[in-house]
Design a protein around this ligand. Structure first.
Ligand SMILES: [Zn+2]
Length: 460
């Protein structure tokens, strides 16, 4: 790979006329072109004098099986249990595999080489694994299945009603054994394309036994445990009614806040709850576009970072484009925290790119393998075209990448040394077949959720 190399190493070294060499899926060397060219003879060189070479980007949160239904959720508040969940449940295994190919194609097209998938349906799991391996995208895959019934008494029904929960006997043990089996097949610190993780999706539908067992499992396998937490007001209300605690306080009571925890969203984390996450060393998966899509809240990201909490950016099936999500992080936090205090340093461009590369890798516990271009790491890279007029007169690369670069700059996306996207071509994905299957999938879920929408789709 030849070009301006953005290593994302500890010193955030940028090599202006550099080369990165890989062999057998690993990075062999990174350095000035003259030096590398004298040491190695390369069979194939990607990039040129105008290219920008970066570590592959990371999407730290998604659920592939949501992707057929995406535009039907726009403006339909609240949409998660009402539209997303039934649409996901309705898919067969073959359709679930199509959603993986569809998401993978979108992510690879935007330079993402690692995604983090959360599954809750064991019936979809084998097809999802097979489709990930077939596309060749790297994946941290958090698997789990809910084991608790619950009822949320909403605002006006609380006069006569109360929220409740009831664990389904024996199910936590059974599902945690399945997760352990998954972790043995896909070790969390292994060399494979898929690294396993523990999905304990939410406090309403996963029991106390599941949380405690899941946290223990994560520690034993050095895996992440991924929990949607502080996501919406209903969850906060439920936790106050059922446990007498706010969501993150409840997590602390259950003993799951440590460096293995990926707190997903946490948009409604209070000051005290941010402190609990910081003290435990947890990471945050933050999906900026999703914040505006579901309008629950915008987290106090500067405060999270000032507390030392590591942050990873996720697309969460919104745009499925890391450049859009990085720019959204800049704009929503700029509007909320920068503008209000006339402070340009609310979040730097470099920090936002960290959150899509090396810092995301740390949150997902795979910074030993990905997130930066350093010898020994996986050859997961993206070649950007830096020749356009909007990238000329370069002064400060991180600012320019954040403000001006887009998916259109992505020339090639490489995972483990294999080119998975290059100049419009996807060598591992049959795009015409994908188009047919994705169109059929969209039609299918439209019928599934038709009666669940509150309003017809607007004409325009
Ligand atoms: Zn999620």
């Amino acid at each position: 790979m030849r070009g301006r190399i953005v290593t994302m190493d500890k010193d955030r070294t940028v090599i202006d006329d550099g080369m990165a060499v890989s062999r057998a899926g690993r990075i062999l060397a990174v350095g000035p072109r003259a030096e590398i060219a004298s040491r190695f003879r390369c069979d194939q060189v990607l990039g040129d004098a105008h290219s920008i070479i970066m570590p592959g980007f990371i999407d730290a949160h998604t659920h592939c099986t949501q992707c057929f239904v995406r535009s039907l959720t726009s403006g339909e508040l609240p949409m998660i249990p009402r539209i997303y969940s039934p649409a996901q449940r309705s898919l067969n295994a073959e359709q679930a595999a199509t959603t993986v190919r569809l998401i993978a194609a979108q992510l690879l097209r935007s330079g993402i080489t690692t995604m983090c998938e959360g599954t809750l349906n064991p019936a979809h799991e084998p097809a999802i694994v097979e489709a990930i391996e077939e596309t060749g995208i790297r994946c941290v895959m958090a698997r789990g299945a809910a084991d608790q019934d619950f009822h949320h008494a909403a605002l006006y029904s609380q006069i006569t009603d109360r929220s409740w929960y009831k664990a389904r006997e024996g199910q936590a043990e059974k599902e945690l054994l399945a997760t352990e089996d998954f972790l043995k097949r896909h070790p969390a610190r292994g060399e494979g394309l898929i690294r396993g993780a523990v999905n304990v999706s939410a406090l309403m539908n996963f029991s106390e036994a599941y949380f405690k067992g899941g946290a223990e499992l994560a520690r034993r396998h050095d895996a992440t445990i991924q929990v949607h937490i502080g996501r919406d007001r209903e969850e906060v209300e439920f936790c106050l009614a059922a446990f007498g605690r706010r969501p993150i306080e409840r997590l602390a009571d259950l003993g799951v806040i440590d460096e293995h925890l990926v707190a997903v969203h946490a948009v409604l984390a209070s000051e005290k709850e941010i402190e609990l996450l910081a003290r435990g060393g947890a990471g945050l998966a933050h999906s900026p576009v999703e914040c505006v899509a579901n309008l629950n809240a915008i987290p106090n990201l500067p405060r999270f970072r000032a507390s030392g909490i590591r942050v990873a950016l996720g697309c969460d099936n919104q745009a499925n484009d890391i450049f859009v999500n990085m720019r959204a992080a800049w704009l929503i936090h700029g509007a909320k925290w920068g503008v209000s205090s006339y402070d340009a340093e609310f979040l730097s461009a470099g920090e936002i790119i960290d959150m899509a590369t090396i810092e995301a890798a740390s949150v997902l516990r795979c910074d030993d393998l990905v997130g930066s271009l350093e010898p020994g790491k996986a050859a997961d890279m993206v070649v950007l075209d830096g020749s356009g007029p909007h990238m000329m007169s370069s002064q400060h690369l991180s600012s320019e990448l954040l403000r001006y670069a887009s998916r259109a700059e992505v020339k090639s996306t490489i995972v483990a040394g294999k080119v998975l996207y290059s100049d419009g071509e996807f060598p591992t994905i049959d795009i015409e077949r994908l188009r047919e299957e994705a169109t059929a999938g969209a039609r299918f879920v439209r019928d599934v959720v038709a009666d669940r929408r509150y309003r017809p789709l607007p004409a325009w």
